[in-house]
Design a protein around this ligand. Structure first.
Ligand code: SAH
Length: 511
């Protein structure tokens, strides 16, 4: 068996967008991911579903795994041929014990690669509007551990040199010792009025920045309740923040918005909201799985000449059909003698990708509209119709076709499965009042949410409901939901605008 390889990958400081292209690439084909406390959960979604995900922990002094256990896991999995990604916050070689892990791998003869990451000090400073070097203000930057207290008998740091440092100092892991760190710098010659900042959860929607003089920083941090993880930045360039802050000033910064993912435009909505500073929580993803019993679909693919019409109700049905046909050694010619109807442009487009032009595509993307169109052609009386649909689709459509004289065979071509873990997270956040906005982009998104959370829970959660237009609002109100904001223009952009306008109004309103 060929051995595997270990990638020591920097996940970046918190914002999942700050991982490198190389880091994301190796993550996307990992067999095993060993990750730390500070790694964004969103990045784990980039790993394949089958990948083994191991939490190595490390939050303050409580470790899920000891360092030697972590090293043993890396060596062991690689020996069994796995591609292992060791995902670490920031950069793996900056206060991340990445060096120790690389030494263990080298010692065991395991091939490894290091993928650098954006380190917390530089990224948190950048997201606070602080350039760590700046012409005339700072010509050097030092990355320093804040773990070494100046009071130690044999200090590992040269406090004299740090006090005299002509540049920016960034202290990692220093919140607990902030008092001694700042006092020691001043004691060793740093001007007491040097600007300083402490940045908690930098680059994330929870970023909090406290600015003071180095002499006053410890007190200011305590007053604001700053906790780890946080970086302490000391130096004249901190003053530039006044002019350069950009991250927390975006209109939706600090707002948590729930977005449904049941439709393709959901990611577009998330992207726009995030660009304005919001944190988005995506509602449970629905996963498409093959039908439990694949035989009926395969049999239908072989026997399409038994039918006059085949109806595809979704792009997923098209995919499932061609997969079944392929597994029977067939291709698009299986559809040669039969007429094809497609509900919705996405379904027709997927058919076209397989070389099939639908004979009928109803004016509206609904089964009722298809039923009308077929009936208008006189195509239903006595016709043999095959309907390929989702397992959970209602039977009304088939019944309606049968009532018009068709002989209908319906096959569940695929299954839709809800991701339960996500569902619990979303519902839990609402119940705990952690969501500021809930967005609805269609009536089906309302139904989706209502399947997870009781309307009263949502109404009591403190979240404001925004809807894309009157039909969606009506669907929400029919379920007893309070709709506070409705888009003027019924588009994703209109919906985002309506939230921003609402937030502006709230800020401007007298208390
Ligand atoms: N290898 C990491 C550092 C690990 S040490 C890197 O290169 O960034 C952990 C320390 O990093 C924390 O105690 C804190 O000082 C800092 N840190 C990590 N993420 C941070 C964040 N999002 N905001 C502020 N500080 C952070």
């Amino acid at each position: 068996m060929t051995g595997g390889r270990v990638y020591l990958v920097g996940a970046g400081p918190g914002d999942p967008g700050l991982i490198t292209v190389r880091g994301k690439e190796v993550l996307s084909r990992a067999d095993v991911v060993v990750y730390d406390y500070l790694v964004s959960p969103r990045l784990l979604e980039c790993a394949p579903r089958h990948a083994e995900k191991i939490y190595a922990g490390k939050r303050g002094s409580s470790h899920a795994l000891e360092q030697d256990e972590i090293e043993w896991i890396l060596v062991d999995r690689a020996r069994f041929g796995a591609n292992v990604v060791r995902l670490k916050g920031g950069d793996p070689f900056v206060f991340g014990r990445g060096g120790e892990e690389a030494l263990a791998l080298a010692g065991a003869g395991i091939p490894f690669e290091v993928v650098p990451g954006v380190t917390a000090a530089i990224a948190a400073a950048a997201y606070s509007g602080i350039p760590v070097t700046h012409r005339g203000l700072s010509s050097a930057v030092a990355l320093v551990t804040g773990h070494e207290t100046p009071a130690k008998d044999e200090p590992a740091l040269h406090w004299q040199a740090l006090g005299q440092w002509k540049g920016t100092l960034a202290f990692y892991m220093g919140v607990e010792n902030i008092e001694q760190i700042c006092a020691s710098l001043v004691e060793h010659g740093l001007a007491a009025d040097t600007p300083a900042a402490v940045i908690q959860w930098g680059t994330t929607p929870a970023q909090k920045v406290v600015v003071a003089t180095v002499a006053g920083l410890a007190e200011a941090a305590r007053a604001s309740g700053v906790k780890p993880p946080a970086i302490i930045i000391v130096g004249d360039c901190v003053a530039l923040r006044e002019k350069l802050r950009w991250f927390e000033t975006r209109p939706l910064f600090g707002r948590r918005v729930m977005v449904t993912r049941a439709r393709t435009q959901a990611s577009e909505l998330s992207r726009r909201l995030e660009e304005l500073g919001a944190e988005t929580v995506e509602l449970p993803v629905i996963r498409i799985e093959p039908a439990r019993d694949p035989r009926p679909l395969k049999k239908a693919a072989r026997r399409l000449s038994d039918f006059d019409w085949v109806i595809f109700t979704s792009a997923n049905g098209v995919e499932a059909f061609f997969a079944a046909a392929r597994s029977e050694g067939l291709d698009a010619r299986a559809l040669a003698g039969v007429r094809v109807a497609a509900i919705g442009p996405a379904t027709a487009a997927r058919l076209a990708a397989f070389g099939i032009r639908a004979d009928l595509e109803p004016a509206e993307s609904t089964s009722a509209s298809l039923e009308e169109a077929l009936s208008a052609r006189g195509a239903l009386q006595g016709a043999r119709v095959l309907c390929l649909r989702a397992d959970i689709a209602p039977k009304d459509f088939e019944d309606a076709l049968a009532a018009r004289g068709a002989s209908v065979t319906a096959i569940a071509a695929y299954r839709t499965v809800r991701e339960n873990a996500d569902a619990e997270t979303a519902a839990g956040m609402l119940a705990r009042g952690e969501v500021d906005w809930v967005t609805f982009t269609s009536a089906s998104t309302v139904t989706n949410l209502a399947a997870l959370v009781r309307p009263e829970t949502l109404n009591r959660s403190g979240a404001t409901v925004a809807s894309i237009g009157p039909l969606t609002s009506a669907a929400a109100r029919a379920l007893g939901l309070d709709v506070a904001a409705e888009a003027r223009e019924h588009t994703i952009e209109g919906l985002v605008d309506c939230i921003v306008r609402h937030e502006d109004g709230r800020l401007g309103a007298p208390l």
